[in-house]
Design a protein around this ligand. Structure first.
Ligand SMILES: NC(=O)c1ccc[n+]([C@@H]2O[C@H](COP(=O)([O-])OP(=O)(O)OC[C@H]3O[C@@H](n4cnc5c(N)ncnc54)[C@H](O)[C@@H]3O)[C@@H](O)[C@H]2O)c1
Length: 294
């Protein structure tokens, strides 16, 4: 498996390290905003492969040279200061969209899997798919949100995380839908303190950023999870942002068999249905506004 990685920052570095540890990636091709950052990560990963006895080759390259990769991870971030207190991820739209459009042009007709990381991930996955013509674009975020949800609920109820079944879908952002009505603990329905959970879902990434600068390991794990499922290395259910009938990309549970996706939308109650419709509208509006500008 040959993987391209665009963006050698906090997430890109963590993805690189996880790919070395995973063992199935034979070559990692790296491009970034500057030669210096890409070369730095290539050098560090070379050291890691040598120390750990990994056979993975690490190569400095350009996005245009990634056309033959099985998958490309897009985790660049334009330099800007994010001062938003609400809708923090959406605040990156204007800064990051031109960069993603540029990459889409460079990767026009790409036939592999594209894993979008850059925020706002749902809108940018759509922009990249439509501008590049790539048909296998997934965004990450819902798997991390879901993991955070299960952790939070398990702690609140004092049960093992493995006993909690439930999803967070829709926007990776303030419009995320906590699927409380179908959540179970030890197979039984449960009353979810939705507002409390929502507060913790927003607090966790802030706590990580305040403590260690940027969120990186959870999202990198979600990238690996998306890669193994979309590339057919593992069958099973994961949450990724994928194209809906409306044309909008939303986080959903998707079951992959040999890399073939089957969407598994959870049943929703009236409130959750309304929240998902609102998220769809919000992301579509952002997309339309952006499309007029770039
Ligand atoms: N979807 C998610 O779950 C999730 C989670 C964490 C972070 N993110 C997003 O991922 C993006 C990256 O986050 P980060 O913390 O790694 O950022 P970072 O600032 O640490 O790194 C960004 C990297 O992008 C590179 N870059 C800048 N312009 C580029 C260009 N034109 N082409 C290629 N590379 C370019 C920079 O050189 C830098 O190495 C951000 O938008 C962030 O919000 C998403």
């Amino acid at each position: 498996m040959r993987i391209g990685l665009i963006g050698a920052g906090a997430v890109g570095q963590s993805v690189g390290a996880l790919l070395v540890a995973a063992g199935w990636c034979t070559e990692l091709l790296i491009a970034s905003g500057s030669q210096a950052s890409a070369r730095g990560l290539v050098t560090d990963l070379e050291d890691l492969t040598e120390v750990t006895g990994s056979c993975m080759r690490v190569t400095l390259t350009t996005p245009q040279a990634m056309g033959s990769c099985d998958a490309i991870v897009l985790s660049p971030r334009a330099p800007f200061t994010n001062t938003a207190r609400r809708d923090v991820r959406m605040a990156g739209l204007i800064a990051n969209a031109p960069l993603i459009v540029h990459l889409a042009r460079q990767l026009t007709g790409y036939t592999g899997v594209a894993v979008m990381v850059t925020n706002p991930v749902d809108v940018l996955a759509r922009i990249f798919a439509e501008r590049s013509g790539c048909e296998r674009v997934v965004g990450i975020g819902a798997a991390t949100d879901t993991a955070r949800y299960r952790l939070t609920l398990a702690r609140h109820l004092g049960v093992p995380v493995g006993a909690v079944r439930g999803h967070v879908i829709g926007e990776h952002g303030d419009g995320a839908v906590i699927c409380a009505s179908t959540t179970t603990v030890h197979g039984a329905p449960v009353t979810v303190p939705v507002q409390q959970v929502r507060t913790e879902l927003a607090a966790r990434p802030r706590r990580i950023s305040d403590g260690i600068g940027r969120t990186r390991l959870g999202p990198a794990g979600a990238v690996l999870d998306a890669l193994v499922h979309t590339l057919g290395l593992a069958d099973g259910l994961t949450e990724v942002s994928v194209r809906q009938d409306t044309g909008v990309w939303l986080g959903m549970p998707v079951h992959y068999t040999d890399g073939a996706p089957a969407m598994c939308p959870p049943a929703l109650d009236d409130s959750e249905t309304a929240q998902l419709a609102a998220a769809t509208e919000k992301l579509h509006t952002a997309y339309i506004r952006l499309s007029k500008e770039i």
